[in-house]
Design a protein around this ligand. Structure first.
Ligand code: NAD
Length: 484
């Protein structure tokens, strides 16, 4: 018996989890469950991360969490327990598999276009850090972190998974044409790792083009790896291709702890009515069984599910509207009644996960992920984000007075568009500028120089934030303003 942690979740969570575990129990799946306290009601009890300390300890000891969807309380300043769980336990790869399910009609199934796409979404970084500030009354800032070690972890997972899956193609979705440094780093790591997998065709597609291509020819894609937010959006698009969120499973894979859950949320509009579709959670559970190496159980349940769907049995959210729909419990019973039956369209068993070790590695310190590059690093300037509603020329005049002998004012931009020394009168302004100062003749600066400039400027302005301008060797480590 393998022991796993189970959190039933909020809204439809308990209904679909009970249905799924009923199927597991009927299949005599060799798992023991420890139910943990996580979700909205735990926030309400005063735990700000949405889980009790006992729940955290149990999950860290067992290494596997099977969870229902959880609601994030609105307007209480608390963060999503779903995101907190993924980040706290470094489940860096969010694997979402989208396959044609016979019995679930879509435009593609009707056109006989098969879909078998696995999206691997980076799960920790990006705007999901949720590091946000109001810089002025009008200007909000979200910090987007993309890191080399974080990108390496998820991209390596995607390549390994693609290789085990026997995939022919692995695609990186990105927006490196615009976000040259952040998405550029993700893409650079992708092609570095691709060199180690010559048997896989590795290519990249800009994310907007990717969305169009997925809708036109989804059968051309195999494994797609993306940063967090883009991966979130693209995977919901893929859910739509195979019939909707009711059919979208998800695995959050980490080196020590993994979380299995459906992509959809708590569906408050249908909660408590026993009409929710448990398929996405059941598919996530099947993925979990495969991850745990319980192939016999997973095959029995997957075949019964596919047979049931092929037979036209359905819950209210899909299927033939002219035939009666089943409620959640009856749908689970129909699957149980079909144990041992073979679907016409056999599933390919998923053997693509990193092998699970039943022994959870206990850590006595936080792992530090760091790569080193032997290149001289120097500070060559600073971006000062200044609150001001004066015209660019007037702002420049004041800034120039503070530049002193070490700094030169290079340019001033507003929302990323240069407005001084050249610009256009047609560029709308908001009350925050970026004044870019660089060292005279590229001389290296130190942090005291930056603080000196900060103190001087602060006599005239409110400085909302600043960013150092670094260079590594000859390489600039910051973007240019539009028009610079
Ligand atoms: P949702 O996925 O809960 O619902 C969107 C629509 O899909 C609704 O009409 C709902 O009835 C339907 N739907 C979803 N799952 C279904 C199912 N299994 N069977 C039948 N119909 C289903 O999205 P939402 O309304 O935007 O979010 C509701 C709550 O869920 C929010 O608090 C959100 O933060 C949370 N959420 C949690 C997770 C998670 O736990 N991983 C994911 C997404 C959203």
């Amino acid at each position: 018996m393998i022991k796993i942690a189970v959190a039933k979740g909020d809204g439809i969570g308990p209904e679909i989890m009970d249905a799924t575990l009923k199927i597991f129990n009927a299949a005599k799946v060799p798992l023991a469950y420890e139910v943990v306290e996580m979700g909205k009601w735990v926030f309400d009890k005063g735990y700000n991360n949405g889980m009790t300390p006992e729940a955290q300890k149990t999950i860290e000891n067992l290494g596997i969490l099977f969870k229902g969807p959880m609601e994030t309380p609105k307007g209480k300043g608390v963060k999503s327990v779903n995101v907190t769980a993924r980040k706290t336990w470094n489940t860096y790869a969010n694997k979402r598999t989208f396959q044609t399910l016979h019995g679930v009609d879509t435009v593609f199934s009707k056109a006989d276009i098969p879909i078998d796409i696995t999206i691997v979404r980076e799960n920790i970084e990006d705007t999901y850090g949720g590091i946000e500030h109001m810089l002025t009354h009008d200007v909000a800032l979200s910090r987007r972190f993309i890191t080399r070690p974080g990108s390496t972890q998820v991209i390596r997972y995607a390549f390994e998974m693609a290789k085990k899956k026997g995939a022919k193609r692995i695609t990186c979705g990105h927006k490196a044409n615009i976000m040259k440094i952040t998405d550029g780093l993700f893409l650079e790591v992708f092609y570095e790792i691709a060199k180690e997998y010559p048997e896989l065709k590795a290519d990249d597609v800009i994310v907007d083009d990717l969305c169009m291509k997925l809708v036109i020819r989804p059968d051309l894609f195999d494994v797609v790896v993306l940063t967090n937010l883009q991966g979130d959006i693209v995977s919901d698009l893929c859910a739509g291709l195979v019939g909707g969120l009711g059919f979208a499973p998800s695995a959050n894979i980490g080196d020590h702890i993994s979380i299995f859950e459906a992509v959809h949320g708590t569906a408050p509009d249908i909660a408590g009515k026993n009409i929710a579709n448990p398929t996405a959670l059941l598919l996530s559970g099947i993925g979990m069984l495969q991850h745990l190496g319980l192939m016999e159980s997973s095959t029995l349940i997957e075949n019964a599910l596919l047979y049931t769907l092929e037979s036209g049995v359905h819950t209210g959210d899909f299927g033939d509207k002219n035939t009666n729909s089943l409620n959640t419990t009856a749908f689970a019973d129909a699957i149980i009644a079909n144990f041992g039956k073979q679907p016409k369209h056999n599933p390919k068993p998923s053997l693509d996960d990193i092998p699970y070790s039943c022994t959870v590695l206990h850590l006595d310190k936080n792992p530090m992920l760091e790569t080193t590059e032997n290149i001289a690093e120097k500070i060559v300037g600073v971006d000062m984000f200044i609150e001001s509603n004066v015209q660019p020329d007037e702002l420049a005049k004041k800034c120039l007075r503070h530049a002193g002998v070490k700094f030169q004012l290079i340019n001033i931009s507003n929302r990323g568009t240069q407005v001084w020394p050249t610009g256009s009168r047609y560029t709308n302004l908001v009350n925050q500028y970026n004044a870019r100062f660089e060292s005279v003749d590229g001389e290296p600066l130190n942090q005291q120089d930056i603080i000196g400039l900060y103190v001087s400027l602060s006599g005239d302005f409110k400085i909302c934030s600043l960013e150092l301008l670094n260079s590594w060797g000859d390489k600039r480590s910051y973007s240019l303003a539009q028009g610079q």
